[in-house]
Design a protein. Structure first.
Lengths: 437, 516
């Protein structure tokens, strides 16, 4: 697969050059995916698919366009490329557009342990056994109305070739399990919860029974949820929800947003901006990491990139184009694995440490303004009383400014989230504004 | 992989300045010479050959393989789409994107069990392989595949374009982008940056079912976004607006360009004066139009029959019961011409319809696809939709709105002593079973003593669906659908939708805000 995919990207570069493109980057992908689900004691769905596609970045007479197709029949592809060149010619020239220098792209690719052959050979019976176990455990309570369990495996090949001589491809596998449980509450409310586990290796999704139990525990914890109190409280965010919050914090940390004046990081690079507790490093070369990659979205060699060190903004994500526009040296166009400097204790330890406040387990909706950092998010979770997890609360918002919030970060857990490339641990914030009853 | 949470969410394509991702609504036939919907080839065989390069006989053999182990339903969903995007940034139209996407989804349904496979390779071997995979779920005797396929004449009137996007020249869109930018820049000296994102296209779909029916549709879509950044002193603000629908190029008249520019600039500049309202519970007035997000989140998703069939919706036991004041009638309809949620036929080939969810305050019917319709012993409401050939059919909303109520807008605002008016939104989300829903207000006003006192910004609203509907205490006579584009997400699938509302008062919702 690796060789044929690379060959197809090299072939299409020649087609594009003949059609008039001066420079070309060609991406090829091939993905196979299998999934199955059970609901309430029996199989509900089986799905299987193969996807492939070619995506071209064309540089034509100082102009630029990206063009994607999955109709790979030779005649159709040649017609598509000719039309894509015409399209690109119709645009205005852009002096900042060019391929990244060849020297910024790797000569040899490291082995990042992204593939597990066991993922490729799971028999249908293996999936069914995982699902049956998950389903049985997820429904082991009379208050359960419905439970759905799903497991899936993927294998994907990614190839990139450029007209200035780069050619590289890598494979990655994934195996995932999820269980969602709905339970019956008062007033005909039917609270739900889910658990998700997986990774590059087949063993990363663990066994179905364990995940089913976790999902059931989460759902039962929602019973009797009430609207929490309006006021200013300490907020403990558990790892899964912390990963989503950090993704918001880092969303405008890039050259495009800075150059377009739509980033609260403007004038903050090199300055202490957040709590000293916060250190985040982009680490694309972590073996087996969910965000790991030997080269980035335009072929730049992957390397570690400090984003925030003890609250000081060290680097932002800079691709070749916006780097030129904003006069910043390219780093990488987007995030890979985000690793955190860890703290002294886990979620339970922090709950005991803070004594009282609100534990956030999930966000519900909400948004932020990337220019100002203002945010307002819906949430559910629990009260924290006497250092213990207390009654479930929901129908609350937390509102503020992301910069001020992360300045008020008091503590960091030692329990990084494993089911996301953003490996956030438990985060503890002081003086957070909640609205509820 | 998307977490399999029973949540659903709604968003505008470029919510916030950081996420200007062009929407993945696909469109268009790849071949400029392909027949438009009006002049479809007369026979099923001609149609399949022209549109997808496949013989009807092949489709027959694939259908046999698909139903070889039995099926209550089985269908093949052919799709060919083409999208074109162009953007203007820093005064240059220097980026274009084109995308062609094609494939076939193959589905076998036995009771409420679904076997599904898709292929992007339209060769007979690939189709047969996918059919055998999908059929593996079934365990019965062979079905009775159709002897032949016949094209069914369906309705065509919802979005027929004079000029299909596939026939619009490469450069015809560019003057519009330039006009939008220059008009926006000219409106205020504080404007530092204006960017414009344009996207258009068409998708052709063909559905072949077990009865030998062949349903077809050609669905256009266009959207244009204008994003504005302005600066006064040390304060920088960004916002924007968009127009979207199943329209052609001719729809973008001078007046519509001006509407887009006025909205984008107005919604940005007002942020200089905007503050947060106080935090906590208060009355919320929802402005006519985009506030239909309330219906989408508070009731729409909960009325999708798959959640009710599985017993996981808060509305599972409420059909026939009063759930709102008697002046409230809520409709979900595919029959709103040229709206994003409009359809001629749904993705199972069922003619589009207008479905009354709530009539005079009484919960009337769910939104059904064929699976849930069979489960409940009713007819499908034409609500079976899917993002693409890669996805299974689910019951989904189309254009969701509330009909006019008995009150006046001014009367509603004047009745509020201490609350807010919500005008524009970026996104919302709901927990189908617990009923908690949210929506995010980008622009609005503080109401004090029955008067609008100052603009507000960036607050999330959270409530519980049935409680919020009971708390609808007034509704005005100014209902309209939003002209901006909305995309609804459910089970990892995105589909275009529309929403509308008259000016409505909800007497109590929880507003994210400041503590004074």
């Amino acid at each position: 697969m690796r060789e044929s995919l690379l060959q197809s990207t090299q072939d299409v570069i020649e087609v594009a050059r003949r059609a008039g493109a001066s420079d070309v980057a060609a991406w090829g992908s091939h993905e196979r995916s299998v999934s199955a689900s059970w609901r309430d004691g029996r199989p509900e769905t089986v799905q299987e698919s193969v996807s492939r596609g070619l995506s071209l970045q064309l540089f034509v007479d100082g102009r630029y366009g990206t063009h994607t197709t999955n109709d790979l029949r030779p005649d159709a592809l040649a017609g598509f490329v000719r039309e894509a060149v015409l399209w690109t010619r119709a645009l205005q020239p852009d002096p900042f557009r060019e391929l990244p220098p060849r020297a910024s792209m790797p000569d040899a690719l490291p082995d990042l342990a992204l593939e597990d052959d066991a993922v490729r050979t799971v028999p249908a019976e293996g999936r069914a056994a995982w699902l049956a176990a998950a389903d049985a455990e997820a429904r082991r309570d009379p208050q359960v109305l419905s439970a759905t369990s799903e497991c899936s495996e993927q294998e994907r090949w990614t190839a990139l070739s450029t007209s200035h001589g780069f050619s590289g491809a890598y494979g990655a596998t994934g195996a995932w399990g999820t269980v969602a449980v709905t339970v019956r509450d008062a007033d005909d409310r039917r609270p739900e919860a889910y658990e998700l586990r997986g990774g590059r290796r087949l063993t990363d999704r663990g066994d179905g029974a364990a995940l089913g139990r976790l999902a059931l525990t989460r759902a039962l914890a929602r019973l009797g949820s009430v609207k929490g109190p309006t006021g200013v409280h300490t907020m403990v965010v558990e790892p899964r929800a912390a990963a989503a919050l950090v993704s918001r914090l880092l969303a405008p940390a890039n050259a495009r947003a800075l150059q377009q004046q739509a980033s609260f990081y403007a004038d903050r690079i090199g300055t202490p901006c957040f709590s000293e507790q916060l250190t985040v490093t982009d680490r694309p070369l972590l073996p087996g990491g969910l965000g790991s990659r030997p080269f980035d979205g335009e072929g730049l060699t992957a390397r570690d990139l400090p984003i925030i060190e003890a609250g000081v903004v060290r680097h932002v994500y800079v691709d070749t184009y916006y780097g030129k526009k904003a006069k910043l040296a390219p780093t990488t166009g987007g995030g890979s694995n985000r690793a955190f400097a860890l703290g002294p204790r886990d979620r339970t330890g922090w709950i005991a440490d803070v004594g009282s406040g609100i534990l956030v387990t999930d966000w519900l909706g909400g948004n932020h303004d990337a220019t100002t950092g203002d945010f307002s998010l819906g949430l559910q979770g629990h009260r924290i009383t006497a250092g213990q997890i207390g009654a479930p609360v929901g129908e609350m918002n937390v509102t503020g400014n992301l910069v001020a919030l992360f300045r008020a970060l008091r503590g960091v857990g030692n329990d990084p989230y494993g089911a996301s490339a953003t490996q956030a641990p438990t985060l503890v914030f002081e003086g957070v504004s909640f609205s509820g009853a | 992989m998307t977490p399999m949470s029973r949540r659903a969410l709604l968003h505008t394509a470029a919510a916030g300045a950081a996420t200007v991702t062009l929407p993945r609504f696909l469109a268009g036939c790849a071949h400029p010479s392909a027949p438009s919907a009006a002049s479809l080839a007369p026979s099923a065989d001609d149609h399949l050959r022209q549109a997808y390069g496949i013989d009807a006989a092949v489709v027959g053999r694939v259908m046999s393989a698909l139903s070889a182990r039995g099926a209550d339903f089985a269908d093949l969903y052919f799709q060919h789409s083409r999208t074109t995007s162009v953007s203007l940034e820093d005064g240059l139209i220097s980026r274009a994107t084109t995308q062609i996407d094609q494939g076939v989804g193959l589905r076998v349904v036995v009771g409420d069990q679904v076997g599904y496979a898709f292929t992007e390779d339209l060769s007979e071997a690939a189709l047969l392989g996918a059919a055998r995979t999908a059929a593996s779920l079934a365990q019965g005797a062979p079905g009775a595949p159709p002897a032949a396929f016949a094209l069914r004449d369906g309705p065509r009137g919802m979005y027929q374009l004079e000029v299909p996007w596939s026939q619009v020249g490469v450069d015809a869109r560019l003057p519009l982008l330039t006009a939008i930018e220059s008009r926006a820049r000219a409106k205020d000296g504080s404007i530092e940056r204006v960017s414009v994102q344009w996207s258009d296209g068409e998708e052709r779909v063909t559905i072949a079912d077990l009865h030998g029916n062949l349903f077809t549709d050609v669905r256009p879509m266009m959207r244009v976004w204008c994003t504005v950044t302005a600066r006064r002193g040390s304060q920088t603000v960004t916002n924007g607006s968009n127009l979207a629908g199943r329209h052609g190029l001719g729809w973008m008249t001078v007046e519509r360009v001006q509407q887009l520019v006025d909205e984008a600039v107005g919604r940005t500049l007002v942020l200089f004066e905007a503050r947060r309202p106080p935090a906590g519970e208060m009355p919320v007035v929802l402005a006519a139009g985009a506030s239909g997000i309330l219906l989408h989140e508070a009731i729409g998703h909960g009325m999708e029959a798959d959640f009710n069939r599985k017993g996981t919706s808060i509305y599972s036991t409420k059909i026939g019961q009063p759930i709102a004041p008697d002046f409230v009638t809520i409709v979900d309809s595919g029959l709103e011409p040229n709206e994003r949620g409009a359809l001629n036929v749904d993705d199972e080939g069922v003619e589009a319809q207008r479905t009354v969810l709530v009539r005079n305050g009484i919960l009337e019917t769910y939104l059904h696809d064929q699976i849930s319709a069979r489960h409940y012993g009713v007819a499908s409401t034409g609500s079976g939709r899917r993002e693409s050939f890669r996805h299974v059919v689910l019951p989904r909303m189309r254009c969701t709105y509330m009909e006019n109520g008995p009150h006046q807008r001014d009367e509603i605002i004047a009745s509020v002593r201490d609350g807010i008016l919500a005008e524009t939104f970026t996104n919302g989300q709901v927990q189908i079973g617990a009923g908690d829903f949210t929506f995010y207000i980008k622009n609005g006003w503080r109401i004090e003593g029955g008067k609008l006192t100052h603009p507000i910004q960036d607050v999330n609203i959270i409530g519980n669906g049935p409680a919020a509907l009971r708390a609808v205490t007034m509704a005005a006579n100014d209902t309209r659908l939003d002209t901006g584009g909305w995309t609804c997400g459910k089970d990892g699938q995105s589909v275009p939708v529309s929403q509308g509302l008259p000016t409505v008062l909800v007497s109590k919702l929880t507003v994210g805000g400041d503590h004074a």
